[in-house]
Design a protein around this ligand. Structure first.
Ligand code: MIC
Ligand code: SF4
Length: 659
């Protein structure tokens, strides 16, 4: 029995409900209802962080109000151009001026470094990166969001979200040899698809939980994002306490879990003992098959790293498999540890030299190759990666063939030069043992690259010439009309809308320039056509905007004059970003989607501004002055006000003025 909202509730609570009710500032925990929650920790990274701070500044906020905020420089650390370095310098100055921890470029990927240094059970966290849910593996309720939501939360404002459904993912049994945590999440992707988790929190329970270490759990929670889930979370136990102690943070431990009579909206059972090595084929993380079905394909590149499998413990099994062996002469293998701490420890333990001796190259601890910066695969070749996303073209090569798998499967392919189930390779070689999963006694990396707010080196913002202003939009018009500028399929990713490769990424804080690349991967003429047309709509199928949290995917279309998106359904973070930048997201049914052609004239017949503010849910869409269809606006009162005010920046400024 627990107390919630002042009433004695006879039903037990899930872990998610417990953390949410501890942090609830508005609303009730009813699925679909909007709730406001208090945020304890904030995470931001270099490619979304510049906007986070520019918006923080534009809101006239002057000091971080959350318990902790951390600015990481991880996505683009190679500093190819002064623009990247300018961004990093600006971020250090913003962290110093406003009071955040600053992690220097090269210190590691935000999720890995945050997990090692700050993540703690029972806390809430908001991050401007879609893989923010990673520390769910140690009981933190962490959610990815657009940068503007993060700025507002960092200024002490609540974070608003529709109360998700909570799904019980019950783990039974124990992983057999050669099956890994990566295979658990690949199995869920096989069953549920990339949109199977939208509007849901996946809460892991059952006897299988205690068989997994915290880093294995965080591999699973990290990739819950690929299911579209709001977040994923594990209860805490001795394994969590032990992990925090090895990190030197035993005092952060707290025992938390669901009530025994907690009620869930749904249940999925995964018997760990039935899992086998799996692989995601190109070019969607839910194209899952057993490794044996993909075996025999030549592999030219193998990469171990990323926020999913870049930990010391993830690289160790591969190192053990390669000890005394060599990478096949037809293959290149690169290890990019997720944090500098992992690199440092592998170097001290001698495992880095074992890997080097086997023919492996080490990269800086960075996202890099995961978003097409460096190690771009050769044309018409297979690249096998331990990453979490293989959206087409994300590697930097348009028609790429990127497969996703565990470090064990990756190392097996590096040895054999082709995709092979490690069980079959072990049998073939006769002397290769399953490496198992092992934690170091202590995580003892240096903290030299982490600058706490009290040791800040800057107290004023430093803005180089590449750092622009955040464009503002006027209030929503009464009359919206324009062409269907582009018609797209299902599952369009934010990588399609604003790609993240090096030549484009350096303009993340220069919106006019960045906008030139909007949807260029779908249609090179889009940006010019949008500017010329002075208004218009995007049309898309299901799950529009899946993938990243980058608010640029809404901000740049807004800058080009796009007024709304008509889609069969939207991904959660992107839909919030559309509201935040004043773009009307209308849901349409399949018939309407099929009937609209690119170039058609679209008119929203209602007085749009008035209808949005008054709570109207159905909008009449007139096409070519010829036929009509209905568009649905699924939005809370708060989202409607934001939209009508021309976006969250104008809306929040207005609110602050009224206070
Ligand atoms: C990604 O994995 O796509 C990114 C790059 O980390 C993005 C953030 C960004 O676009 O900067 C994400 O996942 O949110
Ligand atoms: Fe970085 Fe890739 Fe993880 Fe995104 S998914 S945070 S780009 S490593």
């Amino acid at each position: 029995m627990s107390i919630r909202g002042g009433l004695v509730d006879v039903m037990g609570q899930t872990l998610t409900e417990k953390i949410l009710s501890d942090h609830l500032v508005e609303g009730e925990l009813e699925p679909g209802e909007e709730i406001g929650i208090e945020i304890d920790q904030v995470l931001t990274q270099d490619t979304t962080g510049t906007l986070v701070w520019l918006q923080f500044e534009a809101l006239d906020l002057d000091e971080v109000q959350t318990e902790l905020a951390a600015q990481y420089c991880d996505h683009q650390t190679y500093q190819f151009d002064f623009k990247n370095t300018d961004d990093h310098r600006f971020l250090r100055s913003a962290a110093g001026k406003f009071g955040a921890h600053f992690s220097r470029p090269g210190n590691g990927i935000c999720h890995n470094v945050h997990k090692e240094n700050f993540a703690a059970p029972g806390k809430t966290m908001l991050g401007s990166d879609s893989h923010t849910p990673t520390p769910g593996g140690l009981g933190e309720l962490a959610i990815g969001a657009g940068g503007l939501d993060v700025s507002v939360a960092m200024g002490g404002g609540a974070y608003y979200i529709d109360m998700p459904e909570i799904v019980n993912v019950r783990l039974e049994g124990e992983l057999p040899e050669w099956a890994t945590a990566k295979d658990v999440i690949l199995e869920l992707l096989r069953r549920l698809s990339v949109k199977g988790g939208v509007g849901k929190v996946l809460e892991y329970t059952g006897p299988g939980v205690e068989t997994l270490s915290v880093p294995e759990r965080t591999t699973i929670t990290n990739m819950g994002t690929e299911l579209g889930a709001t977040t994923s979370i594990f209860p805490t136990d001795e394994k969590t306490e032990d992990y925090l102690e090895r990190l030197g943070r035993g005092e952060d431990y707290e025992e938390i879990g669901p009530d025994t009579d907690a009620e869930y909206h749904d249940e999925i059972v995964v018997d760990l003992s039935e899992l086998e090595p799996l692989i995601a084929e190109p070019s969607m993380p839910d194209n899952i098959v057993p490794v044996r079905e993909a075996a025999g394909q030549d592999v030219e590149q193998v990469m171990i790293g990323s926020c999913t499998n870049g930990g010391y413990e993830d690289i160790l099994p591969a190192a053990k498999m390669l000890e005394g062996r060599e990478v096949n002469k037809t293959t290149e293998m690169i290890v990019a540890p997720g944090s500098k701490q992992a690199s440092e420890m592998l170097a001290r333990d001698g495992w880095a030299s074992e890997l080097m001796a086997a023919g492996v190259n080490f990269s800086e601890s960075t996202c890099g190759a995961c978003i097409g910066i460096g190690h771009v695969p050769a044309s018409d070749s297979v690249s096998l990666r331990t990453f979490n996303r293989n959206f087409e073209g994300r590697s930097g090569l348009e028609d790429d063939n990127v497969y996703l798998c565990s470090p064990e499967v990756a190392a097996a392919a590096a040895i054999k030069g082709e995709i092979v189930d490690p069980r079959d390779l072990a049998e073939e070689l006769g002397d290769m043992e399953a490496p198992g999963f092992e934690l170091p006694d202590v995580y003892d990396g240096s903290k030299a690259d982490l600058i706490p707010p009290e040791e800040a080196v800057d107290d004023e913002l430093v803005k180089g010439p590449n750092i622009g202003d955040v464009p503002l939009k006027d209030e929503l018009d009464a009359h919206l009309e324009g062409p269907a500028l582009l018609k797209m399929d299902d599952n369009i990713t934010t990588d399609h809308i604003i790609p993240a490769t090096q030549d484009i990424l350096m303009y993340r804080s220069n919106i006019p320039k960045l906008s030139e690349f909007t949807l260029s991967r779908v249609d090179e003429t889009f940006a010019d056509r949008a500017l010329e047309s002075d208004g218009g709509f995007l049309v898309a199928g299901e799950n529009y905007g899946q993938g990243s949290s980058r608010e640029h995917a809404a901000l740049c279309p807004m800058y080009l004059g796009v007024e709304g998106v008509l889609a069969q359904s939207f991904a959660r973070i992107h839909k919030a970003n559309l509201f935040n930048f004043g773009l009307l997201p209308l849901e349409i049914n399949e018939d309407t989607y099929e009937k609209i052609d690119q170039g058609d004239d679209i008119e929203i017949v209602d007085d749009v501004a008035e209808a949005v503010r008054s709570g109207q849910e159905e909008f009449t869409i007139r096409v070519n002055d010829d036929w009509e269809a209905t568009g649905y606006l699924d939005a809370s009162e708060r989202e409607r006000e934001i939209l009508a005010d021309g976006g969250k920046l104008s809306h929040t400024k207005k609110q602050y003025e009224q206070e």
